[in-house]
Design a protein around this ligand. Structure first.
Ligand code: AMP
Ligand code: MN
Ligand code: MN
Ligand code: MN
Length: 277
């Protein structure tokens, strides 16, 4: 029964803002009984280069990515699944997002330094290691260096939606990122639809625009969520004839709301995105 398949199609490694290496992530997913795994790092495919795919034979790995885009001034994430990692159009798009991310990190750092914070770019870069800088690296640096109390405070006051460090103008458009995913033969998924804190009407409009741009699936399950939300998102997917995806959005051990491989079954009314593969 396909719906009973344990699929975690949204996870992060230390190639972006996750904590585990791709190999540790795969081992963890295998241990959690995941049968279908996608590593979906932010705007990078670097995790796949570091992965020995023979590590877990009974855990099928689906190549994935989480692309940053913006829609009506809101940062929106599109997950690409089952992509060809060698596709030239996708690789060119990913290179563009990498440059955008570097430019953005500099802009965020400059803004925060004007507000009195010190050494933001250097500090975040050190924490990011081989990865490109993302906002959690900046937040963690501010906490580690004693410049702010907590990650939550950093996002609430400086980095979250609408704050000084919420810069998203440089991301590619919805059409472009979906175009890259399709060029690479993949399925485009509108990630964690309720994390954007849109009104019902706006979410309906975003979903409609996502469909118009050629989007394929809605992430009906994102980490631990109430059954009522799953039901609501299942209906949203059905109204727009979208397939359904599911994933933990795992970043690191210890976060109870996003545990690796802890992904509820999709509603029976949904068609899983992997049926198309
Ligand atoms: P970026 O890719 O640089 O835009 O950073 C986005 C990432 O920041 C998300 O994928 C989350 O991992 C993290 N994030 C977003 N909002 C928050 C928040 N309020 N608190 C903690 N982490 C957050
Ligand atoms: Mn993240
Ligand atoms: Mn996301
Ligand atoms: Mn994610």
């Amino acid at each position: 029964m396909l719906n009973a398949m344990l699929a975690d199609l949204h996870t992060h490694s230390n190639a972006s803002d996750g904590q585990l290496s791709p190999a540790e992530l795969l081992a963890g997913a295998h241990a959690a009984g995941v049968q279908l795994l996608a590593i979906t790092d932010h705007d990078t495919l670097a995790g796949y280069a570091a992965l020995n795919r023979s590590l877990a034979a009974d855990c099928r790995i689906i190549a994935g990515i989480e692309l940053s885009t913006s829609w009506r001034k809101t940062g929106i994430h599109i997950v690409g699944l089952n992509i060809d990692l060698d596709n030239a159009e996708l690789l060119a798009g990913v290179a563009r997002q990498r440059d955008a991310r570097r430019e953005r990190a500099q802009l965020i750092a400059t803004k925060l330094e004007k507000l009195g914070f010190r050494d933001v770019l250097q500090g975040a870069r050190q924490l990011a290691g081989m990865a490109e800088i993302s906002r959690p690296h900046i937040a963690k640096y501010l906490v580690d260096s004693g410049q702010i109390k907590s990650m939550q405070d950093a996002f609430r006051k400086y980095l979250g939606a609408g704050k000084a460090g919420d810069i998203r103008e440089m991301w590619a458009s919805l059409d472009e990122v979906i175009g890259w995913i399709h060029a690479a033969g993949g399925s485009a998924v509108l990630a964690h639809p309720t994390k954007y804190k849109l009104t019902n009407l706006k979410l309906e409009e975003l979903t409609r625009d996502f469909c118009t741009a050629g989007g394929d699936a809605l992430e009906v399950i994102s980490g631990q969520q109430d059954l009522s939300l799953t039901t609501r998102l299942g209906k949203l997917a059905a109204r727009h004839s979208l397939l359904a995806s599911c994933g933990s959005d795992f970043h690191q051990p210890g976060q109870s709301w996003a545990r690796l491989g802890v992904v509820a079954a999709l509603p029976r009314s949904c068609t899983p995105v992997w049926e198309a593969w």
